[in-house]
Structure formats: C-alpha cells, structure tokens
Design a protein around this ligand. Sequence first.
Ligand code: SAM
Length: 218
Amino acid sequence: MIWDKFSRVYDLVENSFNGKVNEDFSSKVAGMINSSDEVLECACGTGIISEKIAPKCKLIVATDYSEGMLQQIRKKCAKFRNITFHRVDIMQLPYNDASFDKVVAGNVIHLLDKPQEAISELCRVCKDGGKVIIPTYVAPHRSKSVSWFLQLLRWLGFDFKRTFTYEEYKDFFRSMGYDGVEYTISNGRMPCAIAVLKKDVFSQLLAAQAYGISWMMS
Ligand SMILES: C[S@@+](CC[C@H](N)C(=O)[O-])C[C@H]1O[C@@H](n2cnc3c(N)ncnc32)[C@H](O)[C@@H]1O
C-alpha cells in the first residue's frame, strides 16, 4: 500500500511543504477537545493531530489502515499513556454506536471512493451531543506550487478521489443534508478546512433522509 511505503518520509515531506498549516490546524482541533473526552481518531497517519490531542483528552484511540503509518505514530506518541492504536478501515469501524465524545478524521475524506458512507460511520460511533471533526486540505486558489505538489503526489501513486476548494467543501456537507456544520480554516500554502458536525438526532435524521443512509433510519 502506498501509505506504507511513504510512511517514513511523510512528516518530512508534509512539514517541509505545509508545516505552518499543519501546526495551526492540529492546534485548532486540539482546542476543541475537553479533558473528559474519549476520542476516536480515524486515518491518524503518523500522528500529526493525535500528538496534540493526547495531552488534552481522557483517552484517544488512534486508528489507520496502514501498518506503516501506525508504526510511525506508535513511536511519536509512545510518551502518552492514554493512547491506543488499532488497525482499522474508516469505512467499517469496529466500535459500538455512540462510543466516543469526539470523532476526528483528518485529511482522508478526499481519498475515499465513498466519503459520505465514511462520514455516516463517524457519526454512528459518536455520542449524541458529541462532535465529529473533519479537517481536510483544500486548494487555495489553484496555485502553481500546489498543483505541482499534487501532480507529484499523483505521479508517486497517491490516488486522490477529489480536491475541494473551501466553498466546495462546505457545499459537500450541505449536499448531504448536514445542518449547522461549523467551519474554520488554517491558511497557508495548502490550507486546511475544518468541518465540525454536532451530533444531534434531528440533524442526523435530516442527513439520512437527504442521502438515504439506512443505519439512522432503522
Ligand atoms: C494524508 S494522510 C493524513 C494523516 C493524518 N490524519 C494527518 O492529517 O496528518 C491520509 C491517511 O489516511 C489513511 N487512510 C486512507 N484511506 C483509509 C481508510 N479507508 N481507512 C483508514 N485509513 C485510511 C492513510 O493510511 C493515511 O495515513
């Protein structure tokens, strides 16, 4: 898998190209976490976000489907006693409904064939009144350095299913019927937009109706 091959140099490449944005968006996500929170992070990668969340929460379960990425995060986050690591596909989370106060999935939505189904899974395992936090890199203004970087990644074998602008990212959630989503953005070379979905039964039912998601209706 491409993420296994790339895992050892992920931080070097990411932070050379986009370190300021990564520092800013991961700090913003950590600012949304409370000390009593039990957190699930999906697609945690090397732990750029997890490293910031772990000192702020009661416990964090960090998951990714790449064993290579998990090896990197295990090293980076070995200093924390409240973190566990599981190899898990975001499309099929092996957790009960309403298990976590906060569910985080950073920079993965644009990689998935069926992102709507992944978001439904994230909402399923989030407690009522909890939050699903979804940061995703967005294209700034079709800048040359970003197009060049994306082309290079595609050439290396990374399979991006789509890229969003900030407005397209908001439209994506609107089109699924998610109501009352809050957004913030970390600006820089490759900006990162953070969508925060509050899980309450009413808004999830609307989303389910708009998108025909069955678990919410059963
Ligand atoms: C761009 S990296 C983001 C890592 C981290 N969240 C961050 O923001 O630095 C994308 C990550 O998503 C993971 N990933 C991709 N598809 C996945 C899936 N279906 N289930 C779980 N993880 C997945 C990859 O293994 C990789 O670690």
